[in-house]
Structure formats: structure tokens, C-alpha cells
Design a protein around this ligand. Structure first.
Ligand code: PLP
Length: 425
């Protein structure tokens, strides 16, 4: 395998003689064939090829292939958003009457998807504390449990998940571990190397990196042995009547999970990424390996600055040596730093934190995270405002918590902005 830097720049699109050097945008809903029989074979999955962009598009496939290679997986599927990616990742192996387990410290939108919307579909989710003992977590497994879900670095609290421990727990109970790896990206952490089976991303964040295109991706490691759990995963191991009785595990082997997600879920539910957005995502991916270390370096400098400031109550960044997750971060992340996002609170509580944010100039208040520009958000007032106080605490969100996404600007300018805003509270 080529190194990650080379994959970022070159993977996915290999032009032949006379073809465009840059990945083209195939802005076409449909693709031409010479005979009706050729088209029929595509519909029966006897031949692979493009026929309708809701199922597959060459621009999207090139970008999906690049991300699959970056994560070390066998295949990937782009989605219209990170929300769609997480929904498809779970729904591909769960149906009405099934159950799955998720860590509680996850992104508010995902938490809502799991506990409200998926419940309406008859799928139940049990949330567990990722710091609980193995014995406690194992109590959550049921005979109808189909997967375990977690975030490598939880948004917004920044909690670090012990991937190896969770992979072992999931596998002990015969189910895959699905990991949302949005914050570290494969540049800093490749969850398959720690035993995860499926990886998802909101590509809207660092992968795009410029806050231009909402998108998501599901990546399959190809490692989970679905047939070993034949009766648990009948959607993959038994014939699909919507494809004339084709069985995904038999027809597609290691690619069965991602193929089913594409040809069945995407066919029926839509939520494709537009080729235009996939093109923008690809431009972002080309520099991902340059941006991630810079985000981390700037975040560490800001964390150290804030920690020493008398008006700051607390700082949470796993790159700080006295942080509870420091040792785990050293093991799981390249360079020991998880991403460019850190959290902190201002002395005086919620109102002071809001006052501080309003005084910032360079660092903007936006409902976003993980792009080139530094930004802040107060989750209790913004992204997580639908959660009760109890749910906020479960998600690791203190009322005074400021989520600070450190950009790639000059760090002295970022710190100068923090300093002038702190002087005003
Ligand atoms: N996963 C994580 C970790 C996120 O932070 C987000 C959004 O903030 C999502 C998923 C949802 O992604 P999107 O906004 O692209 O739908």
C-alpha cells in the first residue's frame, strides 16, 4: 500500500491516456448502453457498471475508493451527510425488533437518530457509559443485539473511546463494532487496526476541511465474518427477494456489507452525495494529511495557553499530559493527538462562557466544527439544546462547556483572540 500522503493526493482516480488528470465531475444521472440485455444484467447485479447515479456514479466511486484505501477497508459508499452514513451503517444490519448498543457520549444528532427516529422503526438502542466496566457494558447485550456503535473522539465532549476494548466486547457477543471516525480522520487513527469492523464519517468536517459540502461515508473493513453469525444477520446471509434471491455473503464475499448498503439501501432510500460535493470532498482530501497535524499542533498550544489562564475553569484535551485519556491517545493516535477540537469552561459558569464567546473576533461562532477556520460553539445552547439536563450530563456536556475547533491559522493570532476575549469577562 502507498503511504497515506500519497493516497490522499492520488488514490481513487487513475486516468488513462488522454483522460483528465483531475477527477471529473460526472454530472449525469444516467449512463448509456447498447442493448436492453446489457442493462438487464446490471439490474440483476450480474455485471458491474453504472446505470443510475442514485446507485453509483464514477465521481463518487473514485472518492469512496480513496477513503476506503485511507481507512484500510475493502470498500466504501458516499452518503449525502454524516447523519445518513450513521443511519445506513446501522440500518444495513438492523431491522424492526432488533437492538443495538451505543456509547452515550456521541454527537447529539446521532443520539437523537438512535433514540427517537430509529425507535419509530422498531429498532431499540441502549446507551452505555464508555467508562463503565466490561461487566457493566456486557449486561446491555441481548440475543437480538446486532452491533455496537461509538465515536473514536466523541463530539462535543472530546472523550476518547478505547477501540480495542470495544471491539473485543462486540466480538465476544458475535456482533460488529461500528465506529464514527469523523474527528481523527484516518490520518490520525485507523480504527480497523484496533479491531473495528465498519467506519463512518461526517465528511462535512475535516475531510472536506473547508466547510463547503455536507457529506458522509460508510467504510467496510471486510473483516467481520457474517456467515459465522448466520442467523443474526439474515439480511446478508439469506436470499434477498428484491434481487431474485441473491445472497450477499455468497455473491460478494468480503464486500457483502457495503454492496448491500449500496444496492439495497441506497436504491430504496436515496441520500446519495451529489457528484459536485464528491468533487469538493476530493479536493479537501488531497490536503488532509497536511492539515491534520497543523490542527493538532495549534490545538495543543491553545490547550496549554488556556490551562494556564486564571479565568479558565478547566480544559479537556487528550494531548495534555495530565489528561485522563493521555495514555490512550498516545496509543491510538498518530503523534498522540486526537484532532484539533478541545473543550473548556470559563470560571463563573454558563453565562461567563457565553459572554466570552460573544467577545471573540477571529474565532467565529458557527454550527460547525473541524474546518480550516477556528470556531466555537456552546453545545448546551446550540447543537444539544434538545437534550434534557440528564441527557446532557450523560453525553458529557457540562453547561459551561465551550467546544473550540482550532483552525490552521497562525496560532499566535488565535491565542491573541482568546486573550482579548478573556480580558472582557
Ligand atoms: N458524526 C459526528 C461525529 C458529527 O460531529 C456529526 C456532525 O456534527 C455527524 C456525525 C453528522 O454529520 P452531518 O452533519 O454531516 O450530517
Amino acid at each position: 500500500m502507498a503511504n497515506l500522503e500519497t493516497l490522499c493526493v492520488q488514490a481513487g482516480w487513475t486516468p488513462k491516456k488522454g483522460e483528465p488528470r483531475v477527477l471529473p465531475i460526472y454530472q449525469s444521472t444516467t449512463f448509456k448502453y447498447d442493448t436492453s440485455a446489457q442493462m438487464a444484467d446490471l439490474f440483476d447485479l450480474k455485471e458491474s457498471g453504472y446505470f443510475y447515479t442514485r446507485l453509483q456514479n464514477p465521481t463518487n466511486d473514485a472518492v469512496a475508493s480513496k477513503i476506503a484505501q485511507l481507512e484500510g477497508g475493502v470498500g466504501a459508499m458516499l452518503t449525502s451527510s454524516g447523519q445518513a452514513a450513521n443511519f445506513y451503517a446501522v440500518f444495513n444490519i438492523c431491522e424492526a425488533g432488533d437492538h443495538f448498543i451505543s456509547t452515550s457520549a456521541i454527537y447529539g444528532g446521532t443520539s437523537n437518530l438512535f433514540c427517537v427516529t430509529m425507535k419509530k422503526l422498531g429498532i431499540e438502542c441502549t446507551f452505555i457509559d464508555q467508562d463503565a466496566s466490561d461487566e457493566e457494558i456486557e449486561k446491555a447485550f441481548r440475543p437480538n443485539t446486532k452491533c455496537v456503535f461509538g465515536e473514536t473522539v466523541a463530539n462535543p465532549a472530546g472523550k476518547i473511546l478505547d477501540l480495542q476494548r470495544f471491539a473485543n466486547l462486540a466480538h465476544k457477543h458475535g456482533v460488529p463494532l461500528i465506529i464514527d471516525n469523523t474527528f481523527p480522520t484516518p490520518i490520525l487513527c485507523r480504527p480497523f487496526e484496533f479491531g473495528a469492523d465498519i467506519v463512518t464519517h461526517s465528511t462535512t468536517k475535516y475531510m472536506d476541511g473547508h466547510a463547503m459540502a455536507v457529506g458522509g461515508v460508510v467504510v467496510d473493513s471486510g473483516n467481520f465474518d457474517w456467515e459465522a453469525q448466520h442467523d443474526k444477520f439474515k439480511g446478508l446471509t439469506e436470499p434477498d427477494p428484491s434481487y431474485h434471491g441473491l445472497t450477499y455473503t455468497k455473491s460478494f464475499g468480503k464486500l457483502c456489507y457495503i454492496t448491500k448498503a449500496t444496492v439495497q439501501l441506497m436504491r430504496d432510500l436515496g441520500s446519495i452525495q451529489s457528484p459536485q460535493n464528491a468533487f469538493l470532498l476530493n479536493v479537501g482530501l488531497e490536503t488532509l494529511f497536511l492539515r491534520m497535524p497543523r490542527h493538532c499542533e495549534n490545538a495543543l498550544a491553545c490547550a496549554k495557553y488556556l490551562k494556564n489562564h486564571p479565568k479558565v475553569a478547566w480544559v479537556d484535551y487528550a494531548g495534555l499530559e495530565d489528561n485522563a485519556s493521555y495514555a490512550l491517545a498516545q496509543k491510538q493516535f498518530k503523534g498522540g493527538l486526537p484532532c484539533g477540537v478541545l473543550t473548556f469552561g470559563i470560571k463563573g459558569g454558563r453565562d461567563k462562557s457565553i459572554q466570552f464567546m460573544d467577545a471573540l473576533k477571529l474565532i467565529c461562532i458557527v454550527t460547525h466544527v473541524a474546518d480550516a477556520r477556528s470556531c466555537v460553539l456552546h453545545p448546551a445552547s446550540h447543537t444539544h439544546r434538545q437534550l434534557s439536563d440528564e441527557q446532557l450530563i450523560e453525553a458529557g456536556v457540562a453547561p459551561d462547556l465551550i467546544r473550540f475547533s482550532v483552525g490552521i491559522e497562525n496560532v499566535n493570532d488565535i491565542i491573541a483572540d482568546l486573550e482579548q476575549a478573556l480580558a472582557q469577562v
